[in-house]
Design a protein around this ligand. Structure first.
Ligand code: SF4
Length: 697
């Protein structure tokens, strides 16, 4: 009923990479309800987070004034009560807080050099804000030590895609599944993590599409699967190589496609020869028969899509896992045609856009190398500034290690919560306690903000203007439905003010000016204008001023030097730590439907928190019986990094030697336990495999 609200604003859901378009109904300055509207990715659908996860924006814990750590505050630690900040912080004016932050950052630069300062931007902010954040570090401190949560998410997938197809984004939108007859979902739990995308996957099976679900956990999509392949954790490469071995042995590959569009096939074929189903079955825990069935179903499909998630990427062999998936698609000609392609399902709502905007240590916007003199010059010409380092910068976990070692002394962190999201998080927390200056810009007193010297109150996605890019490469406008509370401000405006105070020549007065600057050096934004985005969602690349964009790319070659995609063979590498007598089981981590990442937003959403209020882990009922633990009782999980106590749940879909731990709960933080060992290419930590001991409390 139109009488129930004062205004209605169209924008985009702030949670996952699906990028559902929403309409916000506002009454008396508060969002009252959220409805799905007809965006290309969601066609009116929403999941429980999108529909009910909005009241956090009005939560009494919102930061509304700049804060400065008190001289007499207790020692830095996870010790601030979000409802009583006065014990540690005093309120300040914007001028005082920004002046102090700028002076502190400049002092560090002048005393210890620019590399004593690093930055983490955010995949929760807009494209424009991500662009400004990387520019702030590169222009202001002359190096590339700037990163964001993509490092903990799909960095290994992007490394493999860049290497082998020449582009880090998806080759086909997930909606292309309407043209597929076969699909693989591997290392991904879309029913909980990309729920609206999952509705399209379910529809695909309803009309007869063959779905292959591959995961060490029996994830929800198994109920719709033609084949559920529950393989041993960390054994992805052995399983995928065995499937490819069958395709070679049975001649199911697409010779014409391989000859026309790829390179290194003979080496790949030779490499696969020893990976027979019989040889690999014991390693991956899948029968030779099932490996053969899966190979035949996938290779005989007319158009097959592969979707993957963190189960593939968050391993020390994450890049190898993605290399295998890319090879599987290439050898069967399943790229560049309707219903076929490679789709790493993006996590955060704007992790695609933030990466595109250059918020990564090795690339400027549009994945242009920081090592290329001409590319750096193109940017510094636009920025009106001197050159900066031609060395790839440090990644998220490398920056934390350098903070711990005392080499990085100051940080600017915008909208990220590494004191919850880093692996071996006690190490990260100890590192942040050592910083001489930590400036945190956020909407709540996150665990990371507990360690801050200066806190700058920022805005939620429902309070800001700009653009975001979803997992489908679709660029969409976001618009403010309500004003930020108190003195909180939009992130781009805060970064602009801080940049001016450290002496940079920034004069943005409207976020559209940032977008227009981005276009000068980002070909991906060709034909995408601020004007068009007022009414359109545009998928990049857009080939003409009226093209809504290309849902499928690489139909006629790849953006590599010779136009050919590449096969990169992958060998089996064991997980970093094997279970042993002391730590006999395997722990894996992930998300739950109701909670988003480190929980700062969804645990402050009434409905979502009511549905899922308590830290929990999932174990097989047989394992619980053997331990004498009833569902609902507490268990202690211990790894080589630390220990947590957490409520146990029974879940038949979990293998008997595994435990699944969501990472949203500070009181039982999964990342106290996780292994910081990283993949050598994507530099992504092994969140998906740790040896663990489980005891009844
Ligand atoms: Fe939001 Fe993702 Fe749910 Fe869509 S599927 S409503 S984008 S959380």
């Amino acid at each position: 009923d139109s009488k129930d609200f004062d205004t209605e604003t169209e924008t985009v859901c702030p949670f996952c990479g699906v990028g559902c378009k929403v309409s916000l109904k506002v009454k008396d300055g508060k969002v009252k309800s959220v409805e799905g509207i007809n965006g290309p990715a969601n066609e009116g659908r929403l999941c429980v987070k999108g529909r009910f996860g909005f009241d956090y924006i009005h939560h009494p814990h919102r930061l509304t004034k700049p804060l400065i750590r008190r001289d007499d505050a207790p020692a830095k630690g996870l010790n601030v009560d979000p409802g009583n900040l006065g014990t540690h912080f005093r309120e300040a004016t914007w001028d005082e807080a920004l002046d102090l932050a700028a002076k502190g950052l400049v002092d560090l630069k002048e005393t210890h050099g620019g590399r004593s300062v690093a930055g983490f931007g955010s995949a929760k902010c807009t494209n424009e804000e991500a662009y400004l954040f990387q520019k702030f570090i590169r222009q202001g401190f002359k190096h590339n030590n700037v990163d964001h949560c993509t490092r903990l998410c799909h960095a290994s997938s992007v490394a493999a895609l860049m290497e082998n197809v020449g582009s880090g984004a998806v080759t086909a939108t997930f909606n292309q599944i309407e043209n597929s007859d076969v699909a693989i979902i591997i290392g991904s739990n879309p029913i909980e993590n990309h729920p609206v995308a999952a509705t399209y996957f379910k529809q695909f099976t309803k009309r007869g599409g063959k779905l292959i679900v591959m995961d060490p956990r029996g994830v929800g999509m198994r109920r719709f699967a033609t084949e559920m392949v529950q393989f041993r954790p960390g054994a992805d490469v052995s399983m995928l190589n065995a499937i490819m071995n069958v395709i070679v042995e049975e001649g199911l590959y697409d010779q014409a496609y391989i000859e026309k569009y790829t390179e290194n096939w003979e080496a790949q074929k030779a490499h696969l020869a020893p990976f027979t189903p019989e040889a690999m079955s014991e390693i991956c825990g899948v029968s030779p028969d099932q490996l053969r069935r899966v190979a035949r179903i996938y290779a005989n499909g007319k158009a097959s899509l592969i979707f993957w998630g963190m189960g593939i990427s968050q391993h020390i062999h994450g890049t190898d896992n993605s290399r295998c998936l890319i090879s599987l698609a290439l050898m069967t000609g399943n790229v560049g045609k309707p219903g076929a392609g490679l789709h790493p399902l993006r996590g955060q709502n704007n992790v695609q856009g933030a990466s595109d905007a250059g918020l990564v240590p090795m690339f400027l916007p549009d994945y242009q190398s920081v090592m290329d003199d001409g590319i750096r010059k193109a940017f510094t010409d636009v920025w009106g500034s001197d050159d900066f380092s031609n060395e790839k910068g440090l990644t998220v976990t490398e920056i934390v290690d350098q903070v711990y070692a005392g080499n990085i002394k100051g940080m600017y962190i915008q909208g990220e919560n590494p004191a919850m999201s880093d692996p071996d998080v006690e190490h990260a927390r100890d590192a942040f306690a050592k910083l001489e200056l930590l400036v945190v810009q956020d909407i709540f007193l996150t665990e990371t903000a507990n360690y801050a010297d200066i806190i700058l109150p920022a805005s939620t996605l429902y309070e800001k203007n700009g653009t975001v890019s979803n997992t489908n490469r679709q660029v969409q406008r976001v618009r403010p439905a309500v004003a930020p509370p108190g003195e909180a401000r939009e992130d781009w405006a805060i970064t602009t003010d801080l940049a001016q105070r450290i002496g940079l020549n920034w004069g943005y007065t409207d976020v559209s000016e940032v977008f227009n600057e981005m276009k000068l050096n980002m070909k991906s934004l060709n034909n995408i204008t601020w004007e068009r985005l007022k009414t359109e969602t545009i998928t990049y690349p857009s080939l003409t001023p009226t093209d809504p964009g290309q849902a499928i790319v690489f139909g006629d070659g790849f953006p590599r030097a010779d136009g050919r995609a590449k096969f990169t063979p992958a060998s089996v590498i064991a997980p970093d730590e094997a279970p042993d007598a002391e730590y006999p089981m395997i722990m894996t981590t992930g998300r739950q439907l109701e909670h988003w990442h480190t929980g700062s937003m969804t645990r402050r959403s009434l409905v979502l928190d009511a549905v899922e209020p308590e830290a929990n882990c999932s174990l097989n009922p047989k394992t619980l019986r053997q331990m004498g633990v009833e569902p609902g009782e507490m268990v202690r999980l211990t790894t080589r990094r630390g220990s947590i106590e957490i409520m146990a749940r029974a879940d038949r879909a979990i293998a008997e030697d595994m435990v699944f731990v969501p990472f949203a709960y500070v009181e039982a933080a999964a990342n106290v336990l996780t292994n910081p060992a990283i993949d050598p290419y994507g530099k992504i930590p092994e969140f998906k495999f740790a040896a663990v001991r489980i005891e009844k409390v």
